[in-house]
Design a protein around this ligand. Structure first.
Ligand code: C2E
Ligand code: MG
Ligand code: MG
Ligand code: MG
Length: 281
């Protein structure tokens, strides 16, 4: 870096750094018009209960088809949208579109929508959710908002009030990516989550035998069971991982093994390895 070069040299940007910055600002520019151009779509990934026979929920995952770059991952464009504050409009589009699709699914299947912590400070967020529900006719009890631990750090009276109002509408909350952040257990009873989702990397470590990860999963499961909260193991790619996590007490599962994110939820059963296996037996 510049400071390693000693006095007298002045390096403002490494070329790679400049490229990254330019890339980011061009992404930002394209993001601004992507909504109007209809470049976003939604894939749905199942969350199954127990042995995988029952889909309890589909999680909506945003996809951006960029005209030159092709499919851009949400891991790339969501942070950009957050930084330039487009996330509120993007999130509102997501809520409206996903609720209206989910309204035509079977009544006992829920819809989970990811919500950035930043959106929770948008003064219109409550109204956005209420309008998405009203316009689609989706029963509010079927909507789950996936929040992350970073919300806990931002928690203030206003956000507490918002969570309360959302709950009054009938909406519930899942704690996403548990194990990725600072993973403190002591706020879980305060926030009234109906589900805790254990992050993929944590699940894969626990399933591979990491005793440390297993101990944390067991602790979270014990707490969740006493509060009647579902625990989902994310990122299940193999049957053995599902078994290992079930043994640790997880009662819900999500991952490529049970079903990849896909456009059409009705095709899910055909593309799910465990369901196909059982149908063939
Ligand atoms: P997430 O909410 O934790 O979603 C799970 C991610 O893991 C998805 O990636 C999914 O495709 C991937 N995944 C699921 N099962 C497996 C598996 O078995 N193996 C592996 N390797 N991966 C698996 P995706 O769709 O790329 O989304 C990445 C993240 O972007 C999401 O993580 C979420 O944090 C964020 N995101 C996606 N859509 C939205 C959105 O509409 N709003 C907001 N705020 N964030 C979103
Ligand atoms: Mg999620
Ligand atoms: Mg997750
Ligand atoms: Mg995750």
């Amino acid at each position: 870096a510049a400071k390693d070069r000693g006095r007298g040299t002045c390096v403002v940007y490494e070329p790679a750094m400049r490229e990254k910055l330019e890339d980011r600002s061009s992404l930002e520019k394209d993001l601004e018009s992507a909504l109007e151009k209809g470049q976003f779509s939604i894939c749905y990934q199942p969350i199954v209960r127990d042995n995988g026979d029952e889909v309890m929920c589909f999680e909506a995952l945003m996809r951006w088809k960029h005209p030159e770059r092709g499919i851009v991952s949400p891991e790339i464009f969501i942070p950009v949208a957050e930084e330039c504050r487009l996330i509120d409009r993007l999130g509102a589009w997501m809520l409206r579109a996903a609720c209206s699709e989910a309204a035509s699914w079977s009544d006992d299947v829920k819809l989970a929508v990811n919500v950035s912590t930043l959106q929770m400070s948008d003064p219109h967020f409550l109204q956005t959710v209420a309008q998405a529900l009203a316009a689609s006719g989706l029963n509010p009890n079927r909507l789950v908002l996936e929040l992350t631990e970073s919300l806990v750090l931002e928690m203030d009276a206003q956000i507490e009030q918002l969570l309360q109002s959302l709950q009054t509408l009938g909406v519930s909350f899942a704690l996403d990516d548990f194990g990725r952040g600072y993973s403190s257990l002591n706020y879980i009873d305060k926030m009234d989550f109906s589900m805790i989702k254990i992050d993929r990397e944590f699940v894969q470590a626990a399933a591979a035998g990491s005793q440390r990860s297993q101990a944390v999963v067991s602790a979270i499961v014990a707490l969740a069971q006493s509060l009647e909260i579902d625990v989902t193991a994310e990122g299940i790619e193999q049957e053995e991982q599902a078994k290992a996590m079930a043994e640790l007490g997880c009662n819900c599962f999500q991952g490529f093994y049970f079903g990849r994110p896909q456009r059409n939820v009705r095709q899910f059963a055909e593309n799910s390895a465990p369901l196909a296996k059982r149908a063939a037996a």
